[in-house]
Write a protein of this length. Structure first.
Length: 261
């Protein structure tokens, strides 16, 4: 997203990044000012990994004020570069960086972008690579929303919540995981568990309470909030995790149901 992002855009970036990270997705961005930095920091604050793809050598940090952020990313995730050590930032490096970002991801989400934003290049490259492209709409009076509006006119998916992104990506992630397991010769029982099991959700009493509250009949999110006493944002993250695991299915109307097994 935009380097000169609005406060609203930064808040949206943090919300989307943290919610999706808690649901098991890995957020990848370019470690730039604005939306990029906000997304990385939000994921790290949630204790999740994030990937930064940079337009410099791996030993250079751009912008310089992101030295502390870069260290945190290396400790909790990965810093990726397509350039040799010692390479400084140059304008023509960033389209190449953006292509790598698009290629690493199942989908590209643009939070805010002006009409000349490099984020539009990333979105275009994602589309060319057969990836999903999402855009958050904004005010017609906000120049940093005009690029998102153009993407939507050109066919990007309009999204207003992290759950809308996950609804599209969860089936893709599951399909990709099964294909990877097949190629690696991993059994179905191992392939079906995925990263969420690694996080130990099966032994987490909050998840068990949620499954008991859900039962086997469809229930709306607000009903589950009443039954568990948990906040909607927290429950949404947990439900996304369970969707990734194939334990829960999302239904129209923001409802959920347990799957057999």
């Amino acid at each position: 997203g935009a380097r000169r992002a609005t406060q609203g855009g930064l808040a949206i970036a943090r919300d989307f990044a943290q919610t999706l990270a808690r649901a098991g997705f890995v957020v990848t961005s370019g470690m730039a000012d604005g939306i990029d930095g906000a997304a990385h920091a939000a994921v790290l604050d949630a204790g999740a990994p994030t990937i930064a793809v940079v337009g410099t050598g791996p030993d250079r940090v751009y912008p310089r004020k992101h030295h502390a952020l870069a260290r945190r990313i290396v400790e909790q995730g990965a810093l990726v570069s397509g350039f040799p050590p010692g390479t400084s930032a140059r304008p023509h490096h960033f389209p190449r960086r953006n292509r790598i970002i698009a290629g690493l991801a199942l989908g590209t989400l643009v939070i805010e972008a002006g009409l000349q934003s490099g984020s539009l290049i990333t979105a275009r490259q994602a589309g060319e690579q057969g990836r999903e492209v999402f855009a958050v709409p904004g005010s017609i009076h906000n120049p940093q929303a005009h690029g998102c509006h153009r993407l939507i006119r050109d066919g990007a998916r309009l999204v207003e919540t992290p759950e809308e992104v996950a609804e599209v990506l969860v089936p893709l992630a599951r399909e990709l995981g099964c294909e990877l397991a097949r190629r690696l010769g991993v059994g179905e029982s191992s392939a079906g568990r995925g990263s969420a099991d690694t996080a130990g959700w099966r032994g987490d009493p909050q998840y068990q309470a949620l499954l008991e509250a859900l039962g086997h009949d469809p229930a709306a999110l607000d009903v589950l909030c009443e039954r568990t006493g948990q906040a909607p944002a927290e429950l949404s993250s947990m439900l996304l995790m369970l969707e990734l695991e194939g334990v829960v299915e999302g239904l129209p109307g923001n409802r959920y149901q347990r799957l057999p097994g």
